[in-house]
Structures are given as structure tokens and as C-alpha cells.
Design a protein around this ligand. Structure first.
Ligand SMILES: Nc1ncnc2c1ncn2[C@@H]1O[C@H](COP(=O)(O)OP(=O)(O)OP(=O)(O)O)[C@@H](O)[C@H]1O
Length: 440
């Protein structure tokens, strides 16, 4: 069964705003119907309301208010949820609408990725689809969603911004984007902006001409040029110095650049994929240029932290174990059940990188054929490899946490429904979520 297509109604009179929303939602693969006046919306919506998953509605329309459109629709059976777009001055009205049944509101201007998240949360719950595709990044629904996005974005040339905690797999995601794109036969060039000293970064990215500075004995081609028609991956872009951010913005806007000490414009043909573990969105005091942010964050991809996708922990463990065992002389048969529980209970602050390193070390040091908790977590007191016993309370907590996360995932984060699934009261679930550190 193909992934579900969301059907969205949009009521927006501003042609620029409406056009960009339609374009963005269609890029998500969604089906959008757009009305530009309140009256058009009321008559159009009365025919298709039952088939829509969500209506996005501006509050200020030329002929009637969005509130009146909502009031008309709310009377119908099977009316879709409404997400309102408001100006700052209309927040009171939006809050009132929420109280009378609107699902959410957003104030202008808003960041597109936040907008998409609100749509995903606000729309009618999706039917569970069975996927036929083989996923390579992970088995969890959140990682598979990320992978679906990557495949969709691969068809475009617009810049992509990948966000996620350190070690979560941003570069792996960028490489996949490159591999599944039409640029796959061209170079993938990765630059870690945090690892190259600031005064060298400019000539490393843009290159330099002979004699551009002391020691520049010959022309040097930078990463931007060596990427040819492939992908220029700018890792830790948040650490790029301000002056260089301005030069990068010019490169994106003019699709060309000059080497240091040079005058000729060199065409830039690669696609920019940037990554950051920091929030660079305007208003975060990140020191990142707002105009550049909007240029590179056109297509955002979020790689979730490992602790939020427990299905991937055991899947990755098995893969890394297989690789590590194949490289070593040790005869490893597998991972003990207790080690699996300990792995699921661990918060993985270093994400997938930490998991990989722990498995490599465990395989190198394991004294038995089975990886025991103490092999994977030798730094944790009480987890010795012999006899490799976790306290019962830890095992129980890990199992509870896993089941709660599954229930929340199945109910799209709705605590009341998750509590019903789990057969416990809502307040008991809240208490457990707080104690076990599960985010709703
Ligand atoms: N889905 C995955 N499948 C297999 N290996 C992965 C996956 N995700 C991450 N890894 C491995 O985890 C390590 C860290 O991944 P990666 O370098 O992509 O993370 P990152 O988010 O870019 O890290 P940083 O923030 O430090 O740049 C690498 O060794 C990578 O091979």
C-alpha cells in the first residue's frame, strides 16, 4: 500500500503566501485544494469537507472572517479539523477558536518545518499503512518518515538542512540523499565547518588563486569546485564564521563564486546539503544569518535522537554486531536478552555513534560468546559480564518505557488513548511517563 496522501484544504487570500504553502505541501506529496475567498471556501468545503484531513485557514479574509468559515463548517457532520493562520493581533481570536474546537493556530511569520509538524499533528489520524519498501536508515516509524522525505527531496535541487543531535546519523542521511538522487555519479564532498580552523575555511571551501596570500604557491580548487555537479555537504554549518556565511549566501543566490584572490566567477553546480545539531532558526540567538537560514532550510530533514526510536536500537545493534564480528577473530553468537533490555533502557546521549563504538568495544573485549550487559556498558557499575544480571527494577522499567512509547506512537501521542490501550488510568500514565523520562 503506498504511503497515505493527506488531503488538505487551504483558505488563504494572499497569492504569495497561498502559493508557497501549496508548493510546499505538494512537495510533501499531499493533495491541496486552495480557495482564495471565504465564500468560495464555504461553498467548496460544504462539498468536500468529509474527504479532507485538515483545513488550513487564514483568519483575515477579504469577504468574511476565517472564524465565520469555521462556524459554517463546524455545523456539518464529519467536519475536518481547522488550523488557523493568524497575525499577531488576532491571537485572542485564535485562542477563542481553539476553545470552540479549532485544532491549532500559528502566527505569521512561521518556520515551514514547524508548520509541517503542526499539520501532521493536527490532521485526522492517518490509517496505518503497510510499507513495501526496504528501509536502510532504520526500522522505526520516525526514521522511516525521515527516509521517505529524503527520497522525495532527492528529486529536487533546492538546499536541504538536516538537523539532529550529534552522532544521530545526519551525514548518513546526507549520503543517502546523494545516492538516491540523479547526482549519485558525481562527487559527494563533505566539509566539517567546525573542524577546519576559521581562517582556513574560506580557502578550503572556495579555493584560491596562486599568490592569493603568503604561501599560496599554486591555484587550489576548493570543495565547492571539487563537488562538481554532485553534493556539497556542509556539516556543522552553525559554526561557519559570519563573513563566510555572507559569501555562501552569495554563492547560493548567484550560483557562482570566486576563488580567493581571483576575479573570475566560477559556476557552482553542486547541491548544498547542510547539517547542524543546533537550532539555527531565527530568534534562537544562534549567531546565524537569518537570510542564509531561510535559503538553506527550504527542505528540512530531522534525524530523531536514538532514544526516541527504540525500534532502531536493536536493529542497529544487530547490524553493528554482525560487522564487528566479521572483522574480529572472536566467536560471537549474539547479544543476550539482558543486554538488549539494558540497551533499550540506556539514553544514548552519543546516539548511533555511541552505539557503534560500544558494540566494537564489546566485541573486542567480550570473554564469552554472548555479549553481556557489562560488555556493552563496562562504565556502568553493577553491570558485570559475569553473571551479567540487571536489577529486576531496571528490566521492568525498560519494558514499561518501551511499551508506553509504542502506545504513544500508535495513538500519535494522545495520552488518553495511549492510557486506554495500556489499560491504565491517564494520571498513572502521566506519572510513569515523568518517572521514566518518556516524552509525550
Ligand atoms: N542509520 C544508520 N545506519 C548505520 N550506521 C549509522 C546510521 N546512523 C548513523 N550511523 C553511524 O553512526 C556514526 C555517526 O553517524 P553520522 O556521522 O552520520 O552522525 P552525525 O549526526 O552526522 O554526527 P555529527 O553530529 O557528529 O556530525 C557513523 O559511524 C555512522 O556510520
Amino acid at each position: 500500500m503506498p504511503p497515505e496522501i493527506a488531503r488538505i484544504g487551504l483558505v488563504e487570500d494572499d497569492p504569495v503566501m497561498g502559493g508557497s504553502i501549496v508548493q510546499r505541501l505538494e512537495l510533501e506529496g499531499w493533495d491541496v485544494t486552495w480557495w482564495q475567498t471565504g465564500h468560495e471556501a464555504v461553498s467548496g468545503l460544504s462539498r468536500v469537507a468529509g474527504a479532507l484531513d485538515l483545513v488550513i485557514c487564514d483568519i483575515q479574509l477579504p469577504d468574511m472572517s476565517g472564524e465565520a468559515v469555521f462556524a459554517e463548517l463546524a455545523r456539518q457532520p464529519n467536519a475536518p479539523p481547522f488550523l488557523f493562520i493568524t497575525g499577531f493581533a488576532e491571537i485572542d481570536q485564535a485562542v477563542r477558536l481553539m476553545r470552540s474546537g479549532a485544532v491549532d493556530f500559528m502566527t505569521k511569520p512561521f518556520a515551514m518545518d514547524d508548520f509541517l509538524k503542526r499539520i501532521a499533528t493536527g490532521r485526522r489520524s492517518a490509517r496505518a499503512g503497510t510499507r513495501l519498501k526496504d528501509y536502510v536508515l532504520g526500522q522505526s516509524p520516525s526514521m522511516q518518515h525521515t527516509e521517505d522525505l529524503i527520497h522525495r527531496y532527492a528529486a529536487h535541487d533546492l538546499p536541504v538542512l538536516i538537523t539532529g543531535e550529534t552522532g544521530s546519523g545526519k551525514e548518513v542521511a546526507a549520503r543517502l540523499l546523494h545516492q538516491v538522487s540523479a547526482r549519485a555519479q558525481q562527487p559527494f564532498v563533505a566539509v566539517n565547518c567546525a573542524a577546519i580552523p576559521a581562517d582556513l575555511l574560506e580557502s578550503e571551501i572556495f579555493g584560491h588563486e596562486k599568490g592569493a596570500f603568503t604561501g599560496a604557491h599554486q591555484r587550489h580548487l576548493g570543495y565547492a569546485e571539487r563537488a562538481k555537479g554532485g553534493t556539497l555537504f556542509l556539516d556543522e554549518i552553525g559554526d561557519m564564521p559570519m563573513a563566510l556565511q555572507a559569501k555562501l549566501l552569495r554563492l547560493i543566490e548567484s550560483e557562482s563564486f570566486t576563488r580567493l584572490g581571483g576575479e573570475t566567477a566560477v559556476p557552482f553546480r553542486a547541491r548544498i546539503v547542510a547539517a547542524t545539531h543546533r537550532d539555527l532558526a531565527p530568534g534562537q540567538a544562534s549567531g546565524f544569518r537569518e537570510d542564509l537560514y531561510f535559503r538553506i532550510a527550504v527542505l528540512p530533514v530531522e534525524v530523531p535522537p536514538l532514544r526516541q526510536r527504540p525500534e532502531d536500537i536493536l536493529w542497529l545493534l544487530d547490524r553493528f554486531l554482525e560487522n564487528a564480528a566479521a572483522r574480529s577473530d572472536a566467536r560471537i553468537r549474539g547479544i543476550s536478552a539482558l543486554t538488549e533490555e539494558a540497551a533499550l533502557a540506556h539514553p544514548w546521549p552519543g546516539n548511533v555513534r555511541e552505539l557503534r563504538n560500544r558494540v566494537d568495544r564489546a566485541v573486542a573485549l567480550s570473554a564469552s560468546e554472548w555479549i553481556m550487559p557489562g560488555d556493552l556498558f563496562p562504565d556502568r557499575p553493577g553491570t558485570t559480564s559475569a553473571p551479567g544480571f540487571l536489577p529486576l527494577a531496571d528490566v521492568r522499567d525498560a519494558a514499561e518505557r518501551r511499551q508506553i512509547e509504542r502506545a504513544l506512537e500508535q495513538t500519535s501521542g494522545q495520552v488518553i488513548k495511549a492510557a486506554e490501550l495500556l489499560g491504565i488510568g491517564r494520571s498513572t500514565l502521566w506519572e510513569k511517563m515523568t518517572r521514566l523520562g518518556v516524552r509525550g
